[in-house]
Every structure is written in structure tokens, then in C-alpha cells.
Ligand binder design. Structure first.
Ligand code: NDP
Length: 298
């Protein structure tokens, strides 16, 4: 019987422990972690994500505010707002909800956020630190949360074959580096890759981040593998919208050691790790050793 990894419970437990650490930060270090979320436009999915982030922040004791701008905000106006927030000492984390409207360069915006406040871990400098395997850097939340789930099933990943499907900057590529740091032998697959089934069939760990429902099939997967389904796809079943992942969950779960469901797998971990990153950012700016403070006991 496969372990169905309960990301929701694991994320809730993480947040409870984090909340205690936030209290210590407040009482012993006079640091009150604060996250500012910037939303440009009225994309309904983004509005839901931002609301969930804000609710979770409040529940763990992080001060959080969402700053909403209309679709016609110019790139320069957004850059100016971020530059102001960079200077505000009480703001520890800045998250710009993606996607941005087409007239705004996401890359310029992301790289305007100060490196120490970049809780999404998308700034070029944080990407470089991740590639070099440095401590105390801000790592993208979804891959970090996914790795956490994998390590709860199998603590030592050394020598394991891992396949990551998808090479986006926010999921696939950072996932590749995190698994590499765990001494896995990592293959990354993308839309131009051939023989996906063959690569997957040799993998002890498969992380799917494609954005296509039921993409990963049962016959691709090795017996006893760990499968992490990052995908979130809305499909119509019997006239009703339903969220599904990238993996044929019902088929694949029959042969794996562990698998994440959608919803309730990676999604809640992404939000939990945003909270953790905000606390890491607060530590970095408050000159508290973030790695020791946040990592121990979580
Ligand atoms: P992107 O669209 O940025 O990337 C998708 C990747 O899948 C690309 O690298 C693309 O390859 C690859 N791909 C597309 N088609 C194929 C194919 N036929 N075979 C192999 N690879 C293919 O998506 P994201 O990385 O942003 O997100 C992926 C999924 O994860 C989405 O469903 C998204 O909603 C979800 N997501 C979930 C999160 C969570 O918290 N659970 C957080 C972030 C994302 P190429 O580069 O060649 O185009």
C-alpha cells in the first residue's frame, strides 16, 4: 500500500512549530516578521493564492499586507513601489505575485526586490546561491516543500535516481539543484525530451511539474518509487470543475512507495515554505543565524 503523503497535515505541523519560533523571534530578538505581497491586476487564480498566503501568514504570527494595483500600473511605477519597500526596515519579505501583466518585465521586477527580502527565491543572486549550494539563502518554496516531503519518506537520498519533469525557473530547475545537493543522480525532462517513459521507469523519485492533467502514466513508473505531483490543473468532470495533478493518481498509487495527492500535497507545502522563507528573511536582516534558528526542530 502506497503512503499517500498528507501535505496538508505536514504543512500545518510545520506552521505550528514555525509559529513558536516566531514568538521566540519577537520576545528574544525584538523581530516581528513582516511580509508584503504585491498583486497587479485581477487574475482570479492569483487573487485566491494571495488570499491564502495572507491568511496563513496571519495564522502563524507574521504581519502581512497585500498591496493591490490595477492592470494598467506601469513597470516603472511597480519598480518604484518595490524600491520603497526595500528601504522599509520593518518589511522583511516582498513577494510579487506572478504572472504579471504582459507589459511588465517579470525579470526586471524580480531582480528589483532586495536579495534578502526575496522570499520567493527568484532573484538572480538567490538562484546563483542555490546553484552553489550555499547556506542561508532563500530557495523557491515549491521545490523546497517538495524536497521536504520526499525526505520525510526517505531521509537519505544519496545515489537515488531522480527525474524532474519540467524545467521552469520556479519549479523544475531549482528542484533539479536541490536533488543534486542531496546526492541524487538527476535527469531533467522537458517538452523536447524523448523517451520520457524510459527515463521515468528507472527513477526512484519522480517530480512532475508540467501542467498537464494525467500526463504521468502508471506504466512509466518503477515499483516502489516516490512520486511528487506538483501540477495543478483544473478539469471538468461531470460538468463540475475539479483540481487534478500531472500524474494519473489512481493508477500510479497502486505501485509506488509514496505519492502526493492533488489537492493536499505540494500546494500547502508551498505556502508553509513561504512562511519559513519570510522568517529566514527576517533572521537574515536581524543578524540571527537563519539556518540554525529556522532549520533546527522544524
Ligand atoms: P511552466 O509552464 O513554466 O513549465 C512547464 C514545464 O513542463 C516546461 O519546462 C515544459 O517544457 C514542460 N513540458 C511541457 N510539456 C511537456 C511535455 N509534453 N513533456 C515534457 N515536458 C513538458 O509551469 P510551472 O513549472 O510554473 O508549473 C508546472 C505545474 O505546477 C503547473 O500545473 C502549475 O500550476 C503547478 N504549480 C504548482 C505549485 C504548487 O504549489 N503546487 C506551484 C507552482 C506551479 P519546456 O521548458 O520545453 O517548455
Amino acid at each position: 500500500m502506497a503512503i499517500i503523503i498528507d501535505g496538508k497535515k505536514i504543512a500545518n505541523d510545520l506552521c505550528k512549530k514555525l509559529s513558536q519560533k516566531i514568538n521566540i523571534l519577537k520576545v528574544e530578538h525584538n523581530i516581528f516578521p513582516c511580509l508584503k505581497v504585491i498583486l497587479v491586476g485581477s487574475n482570479p487564480a492569483s487573487q485566491v493564492y494571495v488570499r491564502n498566503k495572507q491568511k496563513k501568514a496571519e495564522s502563524v504570527g507574521i504581519n502581512s499586507e497585500t498591496v493591490v494595483f490595477s492592470d494598467n500600473l506601469s513597470e516603472d511605477e511597480l519598480i518604484e513601489k518595490i524600491s520603497e519597500l526595500n528601504k522599509e526596515r520593518f518589511v522583511h519579505g516582498i513577494l510579487v505575485q506572478l504572472p504579471l501583466p504582459n507589459h511588465i518585465s517579470a525579470s526586471r521586477v524580480i531582480n528589483t526586490v532586495s536579495v534578502e527580502k526575496d522570499v520567493d527565491g527568484f532573484h538572480d543572486e538567490n538562484v546563483g546561491r542555490l546553484v552553489k549550494g550555499e547556506r542561508n539563502c532563500l530557495i523557491p518554496c515549491t521545490p523546497k516543500g517538495s524536497l521536504d516531503l520526499i525526505k520525510l519518506v526517505e531521509s537519505n537520498l544519496s545515489g537515488k535516481n531522480a527525474v524532474v519533469i519540467g524545467r521552469s525557473n520556479i519549479v523544475g530547475k531549482p528542484m533539479f539543484h536541490l536533488l543534486l545537493q542531496e546526492n541524487c543522480t538527476v535527469t531533467i525532462l522537458h517538452s523536447q525530451s524523448k523517451d520520457l517513459a524510459e527515463y521515468c521507469s528507472k527513477a526512484d523519485i519522480v517530480v512532475a511539474a508540467v501542467g498537464k492533467p494525467n500526463f504521468v502514466q502508471k506504466n512509466w513508473i518503477k515499483e516502489g518509487a516516490i512520486v511528487i505531483d506538483v501540477g495543478i490543473n483544473s478539469v471538468n468532470i461531470g460538468g463540475k470543475p475539479k483540481l487534478v495533478g500531472d500524474v494519473d493518481f489512481d493508477g500510479v498509487k497502486e505501485k509506488v512507495k509514496a505519492i502526493t495527492p492533488v489537492p493536499g500535497g505540494v500546494g500547502p507545502m508551498t505556502i508553509a515554505f513561504l512562511m519559513i522563507n519570510t522568517v529566514i528573511a527576517a533572521c537574515l536582516q536581524g543578524k540571527v543565524d537563519a539556518y540554525d534558528f529556522v532549520s533546527s526542530g522544524l
